[in-house]
Design a protein around this ligand. Structure first.
Ligand code: SAM
Length: 227
């Protein structure tokens, strides 16, 4: 992550979960598990931010989950929320660390997730190499990243059938739309992912069964590979 992003995430922890601690974002996170062939036992959630993704994955899977983030402020926020709101998730823990240099043994997890994470990473090959190292044989990597070929107008057009439903929760919907607009701006500055870049990056790191699937009306891309 470059120094501007490090600064942004250091100071954005509280504002970030104001935007993302909501049902629409949580439902998106839960969809990561749709790409896993067997129930995972041990999940590593990279770039967990203030914990929203790790809470949802732990709640849905019942697996042991480790949420990891580069920003100490994000990890503090995640730990506070864990104690106050999610104390029942006893198999969840958080750690501060760099995904490019994981303090985990080889072949020690069976699912690595990243929800809106890899696009922020400066040295993507180094991070993917580390993920490949810690995944058990047959384990999965499932990411959700901003999609280089999505656009806000085309997403709004595709979502037109859900307008009635979205207006029933105006606060959540407006926070979600704001977070999507900011995500696109941040994604453009950092480099979004495409089918092609995923095939290349995952292939070079030694992943098999690489595939992608657009989500969020084309604004997001699920990126999947097996160790
Ligand atoms: C956009 S937030 C996503 C948070 C959460 N996964 C969610 O969906 O709500 C991305 C996070 O990735 C973290 N990050 C970026 N590069 C990282 C790295 N090399 N190692 C660990 N965390 C990193 C940032 O600090 C930031 O908190």
């Amino acid at each position: 992550m470059d120094s501007t992003n490090t600064w942004v995430f250091k100071f954005a922890a509280s504002g970030y979960d104001l935007m993302t601690a909501q049902d629409l974002w949580r439902r998106q996170i839960a969809r990561l598990l749709d790409h896993v062939p067997t129930p995972p036992q041990r999940i590593l959630d990279l770039g967990c931010g203030p914990g929203v993704s790790s809470f949802e994955l732990a709640e849905r899977s019942g697996a042991e989950v480790l949420g990891l983030d580069f920003s100490e402020r994000m990890i503090q926020r995640a730990q506070q929320r864990h104690v106050k709101e999610f104390a029942h998730l006893e198999r969840l823990s958080f750690a501060h660390g760099d995904a490019a240099d994981l303090d985990l043994p080889d072949q020690s997890v069976d699912l690595v997730t990243g929800h809106s994470f890899l696009y922020l990473v400066h040295d993507r090959p180094a991070v993917l190499g580390e993920i490949r190292r810690v995944l058990c044989p047959g384990g999965s990597l499932v990411l959700m990243e901003p999609h280089a070929h999505g656009t806000l107008p085309s997403a709004a057009w595709q979502a037109r059938g859900q307008l009635g439903q979205l207006w029933q929760t105006p606060w959540d919907t407006s926070r979600f739309c704001t977070s999507m607009a900011l995500w696109r701006i941040f994604g453009s500055a950092n480099g979004m992912l495409s089918d092609r870049s995923v095939a290349q990056l995952f292939g070079q790191a030694g992943f098999a069964n690489i595939h992608t699937q657009p989500t969020l009306q084309g604004l997001g891309l699920h990126c999947i590979g097996r160790a």
